[in-house]
Design a binder for this molecule. Structure first.
Ligand SMILES: [Zn+2]
Length: 280
């Protein structure tokens, strides 16, 4: 019944939003950041945030630093593993600001087989228990089943407000308005099953190998995942607002464990899908 109510509400809003929904194609020129097309199995690793966008801030570390470090470590492991022959493309390899639509465009232009966006979680400064909350979760794009999932998507999507022309590029998508999230109800994602498979592999590694608590594989309306054309996930490694988790995420050993978990999941996924090696 809850779902039916939600659909009814959505349909009421549809008339005013339908035009906008169709136009969410993020047509910003991707050429400058486009990766060259490459042959073979390609994974795009996306270090969340960067430059003027710090992401979540801990006591001593910021999300943008942790995500870049983990992504570079993951890339190093995958590139070293010659028998797996995996091409790695990074959406950023230094402390620069990259717009969300450009991140997706880099993956689409590379005809990537997988897109992995790495992030660090946090909860509102006024929330009780923000120093105790902990655990990893891996998201695929889809309908949020809880307000908490929606809040994570809203926070991650709100980075578009740091882009100068975001109203134009994202066709009026308002990351803070629940109405804008109707696009995630209306769109069928044909990569959902493979995205969930990859998400489960990463989640498993973050728990068993990196020792994170299990906050599960989830769905929510992440713009960056919605705009990619391949199986795509967004990883929230742990909560930077929890001092113990921040210490782990800020340490070399912690970041290495996370990177190993992600790289191992990519290799397992590739092995399970031998037929999808592309020749672009
Ligand atoms: Zn983030």
């Amino acid at each position: 019944m809850i779902r039916f109510t939600r659909i009814s509400t959505s349909l009421k809003s549809l008339a005013s939003l339908a035009v906008g929904c169709v136009l969410y194609t993020f047509t910003g020129a991707p050429e400058a950041l486009a990766a060259n097309n490459v042959s073979g199995f390609t994974v795009v690793l996306d270090a969340g945030h960067g430059g003027r966008d710090f992401g979540c801030q801990g006591r001593k570390a910021s999300e943008k630093e942790i995500t870049l470090d983990v992504v570079k470590r993951t890339a190093a492991i995958l590139e070293k593993s010659k028998e797996d022959s995996i091409n790695v493309v990074l959406t950023r390899n230094n402390d620069t600001f990259v717009a969300l639509d450009k991140r997706a465009a880099i993956a689409n232009n590379a005809s990537a087989d997988l897109f992995i966006s790495v992030h660090v979680n946090s909860i509102d400064k006024r929330s009780k228990g923000r120093e105790k909350v902990h655990g990893a979760s891996v998201y695929t794009v889809g309908l949020h089943k809880s307000d908490a999932n929606m809040a994570v998507a809203m926070r991650e999507n709100s980075v578009i407000e740091l882009e100068e022309d975001f109203t134009e590029v994202y066709q009026g998508f308002d990351p803070n308005s629940s109405e804008s999230y109707i696009i995630f109800e209306l769109t069928q994602n044909r990569h959902m099953a493979n995205s969930i498979e990859l998400a489960s592999l990463v989640q498993d590694g973050l728990i068993k190998h990196a020792g994170r608590a299990d906050k599960g594989v989830r769905q929510a309306g992440f713009l960056v995942l919605w705009a990619t054309k391949m199986p795509s996930i967004l990883i929230e490694l742990d909560f930077i607002c929890n001092p113990a988790a921040e210490n782990f995420l800020a340490s070399d050993a912690g970041k290495q464990k996370c990177a190993e978990a992600i790289a191992s999941a990519v290799k397992s996924y590739k092995k399970a899908h031998p037929g999808i090696i592309q020749s672009n």
